[in-house]
Design a protein around this ligand. Structure first.
Ligand code: COA
Ligand code: ZN
Length: 301
């Protein structure tokens, strides 16, 4: 059992914004290389409208190539009831619903007001309880919104309260505008109120602070993090958002600080190469260059 769970979101958050079409076979190739590195938690796709996000149009086909393994958790993002129904029909055992902190961002992203989005999330959480499906609820744009600007901690706390029936809540700095102090001010009271098992942190590296923010989360007691191979990522509905916290950067941070992850860095480097081949441009978090120079077989990073 690893100390920290890393949920690889490259296949969803990472690929959704790529401009070149990516085949299901290529997604499978990327998935296999990530799986070989030891990753067992993935957000694999989203059941959204294919016109809204064409890269996710093969969601049903992606579900077909996932292994049937007891130690794995595969989440799929569902923006609405129709997405949830598609996910269940495709055999999903875990779904992620999305509640964004501002009214404007909800409307741009999923064509719903904040109030409607809250009601839809709660409805899906209820339905999933009956269907024995695990639900993670994203509280997105938790550190700031590209349309409405700053988001207060109180707003985040009240949205967490609204989706508290979910099995897990992912606090997402969707545009990467937060800093370690803000993460600490959000996560310390949340962990104190609901317990650390309840939370995941989803970070983007727009300002180069994702690793510092992960550290602030760790200090606040968070033990689950999203990350994306090579820092792949960005949201089509969040102007200015850069890639996610790179999986390799998070693993380096955690191993260096003595936490186990179950992930083999040498194999993770191979997955970056596969991701680069698929998206057709260079990738890699801050640690990649250094990692490539190491003899990882003998190095204790
Ligand atoms: N998957 C596929 N089709 C869907 C769907 C889904 N999840 N939800 C709705 N549809 C279809 C409806 O069946 C309807 O089809 P019809 O015209 O043939 O009857 C049509 O889309 C319009 O339905 P409506 O409920 O009005 O949807 P919308 O146009 O308001 O779009 C979303 C809402 C949520 C489906 C769309 O905005 C979306 O997919 N957004 C995704 C955003 C995203 O992925 N963001 C990044 C991750 S947070
Ligand atoms: Zn994201």
């Amino acid at each position: 059992m690893s100390d920290i769970i890393i949920n690889e979101v490259g296949l969803r958050d990472g690929l959704q914004n790529q401009s070149c079409p990516i085949t299901t076979d290529d997604k499978q190739r990327l998935f296999s290389s990530l799986w070989n590195s030891g990753l067992r938690n993935f957000e694999v796709t989203s059941f959204v409208h294919p016109k809204a996000v064409p890269q996710m149009a093969d969601a049903e086909a992606v579900m077909q190539f996932l292994p049937d393994a007891d130690d794995a958790e595969f989440t799929v993002l569902v923006p609405n009831r129709r997405g949830y129904e598609r996910a269940v029909a495709a055999g999903a055992k875990a779904v992620a619903v999305v509640l964004t902190a501002t009214d404007t961002f909800n409307r741009r992203n999923i064509q719903m007001s904040l109030e409607q989005a809250t009601a839809v999330c709660r409805e899906i959480i209820d339905a999933a309880g009956g269907d024995n499906i695990y639900v993670r609820a994203y509280v997105s744009a938790a550190c700031g919104c590209p349309y409405e600007g700053p988001v207060s901690s109180e707003r985040v706390f009240s949205l967490v309260d609204a989706v508290a029936q979910a099995d897990e809540i992912s606090i997402a700095d969707t545009i990467g505008c937060g800093g370690p102090r803000q993460i600490s001010e959000l996560m310390t009271p949340l962990v104190a109120e609901y317990g650390c098992e309840k939370f995941n942190l989803h970070l983007h590296d727009t300002r180069g602070l994702a690793v510092a923010n992960a550290w602030a989360g760790l200090q606040a007691g968070v033990r689950r993090f999203d990350a994306s191979i090579g820092g792949l990522g960005g949201c089509p509905f969040a102007p200015g958002a850069a890639g996610n916290l790179a999986t390799e950067d998070l693993v380096v941070l955690l191993h260096q600080c003595g936490y186990s992850t179950g992930i083999d860095l040498e194999k993770l480097l191979q997955a970056i190469v596969v991701a680069e081949e698929i998206v057709g441009h260079p990738l890699g978090g801050r640690s990649r260059k250094w990692l490539q120079q190491q003899d990882l077989g003998s190095c204790q990073v």
